[in-house]
Design a protein around this ligand. Sequence first.
Ligand code: NDP
Length: 313
Amino acid sequence: MEERKQLLIVLPGREDEAQRLAADLRVVDGGIDVRVGPEVGDPEYVEMVVASGHPQGFLASFPNLRLVASFGAGVEHLVGAPDLPEDVGIVRTVDSALAHGMAEYVVTAIADWRRGTKGYRHDQELGRWRPRGYAFSSTVVLLGMGRMGLAVDQALGAVGHRVIGWSRSGRSLDGVECVAGRKVLGEVLSEADVVVCLLPLTPDTEGILGCEFFSVMKEGSLLVNVGRGAHMIEDDLIAALDVGRPGHAVLDVFREEPLPASHPFWKNSAITITPHVAALTDPRGAAECIAENWHRLQAGEPLLDLVDRERGY
Ligand code: NDP
């Protein structure tokens, strides 16, 4: 059975991406037997699945499954999935392009807000030369100091912002002010010109961006949500923007995606919307991460970006 071990890619609705990933995987390592769903072949040979958006119960069809790689950074659809036996590992696929993309998105969102880029676009339409000043540095609170948070921290530091990182453990990181705990969160939020949500979605973090949170934010501040839509209580945000805490929100993720055409966020001038594109997975980089984990799995070595199923991320 050794030589028949297979790696299966299943991305329903994204078949072109699945084929491209398979092609990249074959370039990265021609020795891996890569298959693309829905043509599964003999499920007995499947040892690793790369999945996103698969139907419930699907993973239960592979009796020798040992590892599932989420295609992208989020794993909330896999952690606690009833069809995934406890001894099957879950890894995230986080290539460096994903982290760089996230850093670029957050730096741009903050720069556009601080410098009033939208206003200059309007001035240009009117042929109007109207320079405006901007604050020279901002205090930015990053909720979540994982793979994305660290990349964002570096990019913000490079352009002179003070960064405070809030995480579950508050683990200390070189050159970063790190804090933990809900009580401290209230204190740092009141100092923050900008708050960026880079948390994973877990029972602990769901709905964290709600009225209590907004009430301690600084008046006129900026909120950027690039974590997950379910971090946000959407009605609470609308009420909070009405009283200026925060003053503006840049949202990339939503409870329902695509965001329905009738959703009140579209017409709210205090909200900037992007369609879940803050950071995209580069198939070649993803193929390298996946191939590396395939080999580590075969060799019994520690896996990259292994998810702690109990912790939920
Ligand atoms: P990681 O798992 O690497 O990091 C998670 C961070 O959140 C850690 O610092 C962790 O703390 C902290 N954390 C977890 N639970 C809590 C809690 N209860 N209280 C405080 N801090 C907590 O995740 P990533 O950096 O890879 O991803 C972050 C988010 O970004 C995810 O939601 C992901 O889905 C999203 N994402 C969105 C994209 C987009 O295009 N919009 C693209 C890529 C990612 P500790 O360090 O102590 O463990």
